[in-house]
Write a protein that binds this ligand. Sequence first.
Ligand code: HEM
Length: 464
Amino acid sequence: MSSSVSVGRAPGAAPLIGHLLPLLRHPLEFLSSLPAHGDLVHMRIGPKAALAVCDPGLTRQLLLDDRTFDKGGPFYDKAKEAVGDGLVTCPYSAHRRQRRLVQPAFHSSRLPAYARVMTEQTSAVTTSWRDGQIFDVYVEMKRITAHTLVATMFSNTVDSTELTEMFDDINLIREGIFSRTVKPSLLNALPTRSNRRYLQARARLQRAMARIIAEHRSGGGGDHSDGLLSVLLSDAGSPGNSQSRRLTDTEINDQLRVFFIAGIETTAATPAWALHLLARHPHAEQHLHAEVDRVLDGAAATHGDLPDLRYTSHVVDESLRLYPPGWLFTRTTTSDTSLGGHPVRAGTTVVYSPCLIHHRADLYDDPERFDPDRWEETHRRSPSHHAFIPFGGGARKCIGDRFGLTEAIIALATIASAWRLEPLPGRRVRPALASTLSPQGLQMRARARTHPEAIRKQACEPRT
Ligand code: HEM
């Protein structure tokens, strides 16, 4: 079969580490440079050869054919060791059943209840801020998203000491997965302090989840009626009501750990990047403030406000475009296949990147510019469906996409309704070297936009 696509090679691979340095040090620049070398570009992640897909149509083909382009590659192999065979990591052969059983927990009818928790948790964090206070915005956003996820999963049945331990373990595991992906395997086997801490965190989190699941099964520990975990345990999470089709406790344990790994940092990075971008674009910031003042009048945002928060939602989309938290993913081909006529052998590591697609100049006018208005339906060239993939696509598309988007919009609108976050002069913000494209060094100063009394009102008088 003759190839109709251009195939190139990324320059500058170093012995052993391949393209790791540019990929980790300057991810946006490195990925944006790849399309210049072809629609398909050979590169190396450490010692491993990989084929990067740079064309949006071929990326779509990869996402839609999840049987041939199955989960696999360096990151997923390490993630599997840490979180088992949950939805994110499981192979094609196990995916459809798992997805069917987990999907009810993310059904749109559950969103209003989850959104109530998002509003409460956002207000709890933002009402703790003081005028003039300086903090790391990403850390604050993680406080919101971590507590929201735990509260929606377990209906507030976990005590605060256990929570702190859980969050510490999740951080250690996330960092561990990433560093073990990029380091040579030999180093991962050494009994170093960081390797030991990682292994201990993995075991501890698994035990904590097992304990919570057992407690929920026995009906102890308070009201669990509408939490995400309850749905997984209930018949709602097992269509057909057949015992054999239910998720086992081990599978539920894997899913819960997957939600922690997949749902906290991604959702926190989105409003964090948005606040960073808004602080550098006063016109967009004023537009946002005008919208939240009109819609919220100083109160916290709720699920009912979402249809009126159009500009806020465009800001979130534009932040996800410029800084997609999930920036690079791998697949492994399960049989000989082809992409655009170019043969691809079974066992090839294939890379796709929302980041790379989102920064293509042929898909977005002036792609480096922060322009929330490009998402207006009336815009002369609204982005095409293929060109915007912050949640991936096909059968493996993010199951928490509505959850994450809702939370990012509620958090951003609630913050903007009461606070303006100012950048600190001379501070350099850059993407962190991690599996999530998150802002490193995002220290900002909080300035109250309203009277402190009004901010306290956000906590006391949540609207429904
Ligand atoms: C803004 C927030 C989020 C972003 C940008 C995001 C991004 C993504 C992306 C790009 C994928 C596809 C990965 C691939 O193709 O290999 C994915 C999958 C997934 N995400 Fe998210 N995610 C977000 C929030 C969440 C939340 C809140 C949860 C759960 C509570 C979650 C759970 C999952 C799961 C379980 C999968 C695997 C789905 C499957 O394979 O069936 N994500 N996410």
